[in-house]
Design a protein around this ligand. Structure first.
Ligand code: GRF
Length: 192
């Protein structure tokens, strides 16, 4: 079966992007990564993508309306023949229109056990709440911020003495395994 074509949207470090790319080295991986898009021109993740020889499209959202910016992204994704879009630390909220155009084919990873802690500062919020477990979720993206159907989750215990940084580090290790597996599973179940 031909591999599904995945485009990844980032804004920064890109470690989940790198994990998604690394997973494609397995011949059984049902997807390939064909485009990296960033709204930040010097996002760290772009250097990794360049070293991998993956085409990239970097364009700031600054000075553009949301509709103008999203038209650029959508055009780049369509030009690259993308089948699935993976958000990986992409720090712009996408409009309902954009999301509807990729309905069922756009996913995100969020550092909490959704539906807990949508939005930012998830690690600190889990600590402040006195939770004993925390983790990450991969979900389909809908118009509701971090509110789409959950595809997969990974849990970590919250340990005595954890601060937000320590917890984030431990969750991130899980994210890097969870995201490629969840995306592969979605594609296997739906096809390219
Ligand atoms: C991750 O914690 C991810 O769950 C969240 O943003 C962070 C991105 O990190 N959506 P990276 O850019 O993938 O390293």
């Amino acid at each position: 079966m031909p591999r599904a074509r995945v485009g990844i949207l980032i804004s920064g470090r890109g470690s989940n992007m790198a994990a998604l790319i690394e997973a494609t080295r397995d011949p059984a991986c049902p997807y390939e990564v064909v485009l990296i898009i960033s709204n930040v021109a010097d996002a760290d993740g772009l250097a990794f993508a360049a070293a991998e020889g993956i085409p990239q499209f970097a364009h700031s959202h600054v000075g553009l309306t949301k509709a103008e910016f999203e038209a650029l992204i959508d055009g780049a994704l369509r030009d690259a023949g993308v089948d699935y879009v993976a958000l990986a630390g992409f720090m712009r909220v996408l409009s309902p229109d954009f999301v509807a155009r990729w309905d069922g084919r756009i996913v995100n990873i969020h550092p909490s056990l959704l539906p807990l802690y949508r939005g930012l500062d998830t690690h600190q919020r889990a600590l402040d709440a006195g939770d004993t477990r925390h983790g990450a979720s991969v979900h389909l993206v809908t118009a509701a911020l971090d509110g789409g159907p959950v595809l997969a989750q990974a849990e970590v215990p919250i340990l005595e003495g954890d601060d937000a940084e320590a917890l984030a580090r431990r969750v991130l290790i899980e994210e890097h395994m969870l995201y490629p597996a969840a995306l592969a599973e979605l594609i296997r179940s739906r096809g390219a």
